[in-house]
Design a protein around this ligand. Structure first.
Ligand code: GLU
Ligand code: MG
Length: 636
């Protein structure tokens, strides 16, 4: 989840005094990185995935499933292995926000040849297997986006109680013990975000209204004025950052290619969010949303009342439209510039300093914009730094701007190049699905670069898509703004501003149209080519071994079927399971027993002991292998 600096965390009062120090030095540090590395080129395509997991503990005799707070113990063993064999471990394990979560990545990145697609799923399987070795009886490592009864009474193992009047979280529902305690960063963020905001974070998710649904949903609104009676109210960072995702990182060959990838993948973020929708249940209630995005966004929203526009500006400088976890606000490539149609806030001095140091307008505005956020996590040992060598202050702000995309400079003194991170996807139940999604997104990047495709649309339209993409059943029912002609190259930079910022409000302009995810992914004859047909035509020209070919085709078939609505999203599968459960009272409540049966079923699907064609399609098997065939190794 970001920078894990060791040390003594500072309180918000202490941190606040140092906010401008961090801003000043963070920007200096970026300038130094940029000067050293802007010309870096010749890096090859490398990429990797990150999967976050929840440790679930089943008590079969009681038909209960809880989150197990043992991440710390499991990580200790896994990290000891890494420590012993840093160069040969096949998987890397890191802590995440919650005491019941762990995050795993491949030990080494994948490379540029197609054969790598055939080892992704096995790596995911073995990764899961490795961590599962250290589970206790009844525990299971599950790649689920949200734990359905998070924050319900007794949702943890061992049992814990929330402490609304003391401690760090001070939640009505989420106990401090459910926050990962092996590193001070996490609880420090909880405290400082709440302190900076001046009140508890507040998320109100509209409840799914069934025929017996009770409004008010519960008693929360009597205790907290932020709680809305017809919503599921959540009041802690853990409700958001305690959710899991699937992320991808790409290394580009140079900074310009990284900017192109950053921009071109941006319009795909809401599409992939809706496509991977997997979290319809929160705090034991079926809600009217399918995705985690707004939950996390609200869960780390440290903006003050002034910044949220609720009070006139006095202490603060800006009214800020979004939380620090949200969709990006600006494109970075020259082609993208004219689609930057929402206000991009920054301190003029920061922007000026970046410009005076040779950084172009788009990058300067991006960096200055990241720095409108105060640091919310600072360690006393790290205050004074050498800006020529250290990058902690830059990373501090960069890694607490949790956005749909992240633009990452090379780490100092490393062999790693300029990278972009693709962050919207919800994690899926099976390794097959996760591998399919990962390979699909990587193939999209290959097609973008090879065919010089252009997906750019005004950022305001991407934002609209982000909101629509989270609605119940968005994949089937919503339409999304998408660029109609993705194959005409734009010569950068075109002089005129995109008309879509102005004329789209009156009529649909020529540039963008509303499309379903089915049309975007599978195409529409005569109108839109579709991502899968483009990928297939790209693959036709490539040499690939038979097994990899078969695996990729299985993945693409799965993507096609899900896009067309022939099979369920995880979210719609979960909804159906809950609403058809014999114990369900049509009151939106996901009881302990429904939760248990649901998670047990997902566990069986994950392990392959239950086939689930409605979620995976009929032929969800691949020819994935542990290693790349010997003959293709040279390409690694
Ligand atoms: N768990 C967060 C999510 O679901 C991401 C945290 C991270 O940046 O690693 O988006
Ligand atoms: Mg993470």
């Amino acid at each position: 989840m970001g920078l894990l600096t060791e040390g003594t965390p500072l309180t918000w009062e202490e941190t606040k005094k140092l906010a401008s120090h961090v801003r000043e030095h963070g920007i200096n540090q970026f300038i130094n990185i940029y000067k050293k590395l802007k010309e870096r080129k010749g890096d090859v395509l490398k990429w990797g995935d990150e999967i976050e997991y929840i440790i679930v503990k089943f008590a079969d005799e009681k038909r209960e499933a809880k989150v197990s707070l043992r991440a710390i113990e499991i990580l200790e063993i896994l990290n000891e292995r890494e420590h012993q064999h840093p160069d040969t471990v096949k998987y890397l394990w890191r802590p995440e926000f919650a005491a019941y979560m762990i995050e795993g990545t491949p030990g080494k990145p994948y490379g540029g040849t197609l054969a790598h697609f055939n080892i992704v799923e096995t790596n995911m399987k073995m990764r899961r297997h490795e961590a599962s070795e250290f589970l206790k009886e009844g525990e299971c490592l599950m790649s689920i986006t949200s734990f359905p009864r998070l924050g319900c009474p007794d949702f943890t193992d061992p049992p814990t109680k929330p402490t609304p009047h003391e401690g760090g979280t001070m939640s009505l529902f989420f106990p401090d013990q459910a926050v990962f305690s092996g590193h001070p960063r996490f609880m420090n963020l909880v405290r400082n975000i709440r302190s900076r905001r001046g009140e508890h974070v507040a998320i109100n998710l509209p409840i799914f209204r069934d025929k017996n649904t009770k409004i008010p949903v519960d008693e929360s609104h009597k205790v907290r004025k932020a709680a809305k009676p017809d919503c599921v109210y959540l009041d802690a960072m853990g409700f958001g950052m305690g959710c899991c995702c699937l992320q991808l990182t790409f290394q580009a060959c140079n900074i310009d290619e990284a900017r192109i990838l950053y921009d071109q993948l941006t319009p795909l973020c809401p599409i992939m969010l809706a496509f991977t929708a997997a979290s319809p249940v929160h705090r034991g209630f079926l809600t009217d949303v399918d995705c985690r995005w707004n939950v996390i966004s609200g869960s780390v929203d440290c903006r003050t009342e002034e910044e949220r526009g609720l009070k006139p500006l006095k202490e603060n400088k800006f009214v800020i439209q979004k939380s620090r976890y949200d969709s990006i606000d600006s494109y970075l490539s020259p082609q993208g510039e004219k689609y930057n149609d929402i206000p991009i806030l920054y301190n003029d001095e920061d922007y000026r300093k970046l410009r005076d140091n040779g950084i172009d307008h788009l990058l300067a505005q991006h960096i200055a914009h990241l720095f409108i956020r105060d640091t919310v996590s600072l360690f006393s040992e790290k205050i004074n730094q050498n800006d020529e060598e250290d990058t902690d202050h830059f990373e501090n702000i960069q890694s607490t701007n949790w956005q749909t995309m992240r633009f990452k400079p090379p780490p100092p003194h490393s062999t790693i190049g300029w990278r972009v991170e693709f962050r919207p996807c919800e994690v899926q139940v099976t390794d097959f699905e996760n591998a399919a999604i990962v390979c699909f997104v990587v193939l999209v990047t290959r097609v973008i670069l090879s065919y010089q495709l252009n997906f750019l649309i005004p950022i305001s339209k991407v934002d609209e898509n982000m909101q629509n993409g989270q609605k119940r059943n968005a994949l089937k029912e919503e339409k999304f703004w998408f660029r109609k002609d993705i194959t005409t190259h734009v010569s950068p930079p075109e002089a005129t501003r995109c008309c879509a910022g102005t004329c789209c409000e009156q009529k649909e302009c020529d540039l963008v149209g509303l499309m379903s995810i089915n049309e975007i992914i599978n195409g529409k004859t005569g109108d839109f080519p579709g991502l899968i047909p483009l990928i297939n035509s790209y693959l036709n020209g490539m040499d690939v071994d038979a097994d990899t070919h078969c695996t990729i085709q299985q993945y693409l078939k799965f993507i096609q079927k899900r896009a067309s609505g022939e099979i369920f999203t995880t979210a719609s599968y979960i909804r159906k399971f809950v609403t058809e459960h014999p114990d369900y009272n049509h009151d939106s409540v996901v009881s302990e027993i429904i939760n248990y049966d649901l998670l047990k079923t997902l566990k069986d699907i994950q392990e392959g002991s239950k086939s689930c064609p409605e979620l995976l399609g009929y032929s969800a098997t691949s020819k994935t292998k542990e290693n790349i065939p010997h003959a293709l190794k040279n390409d690694y």
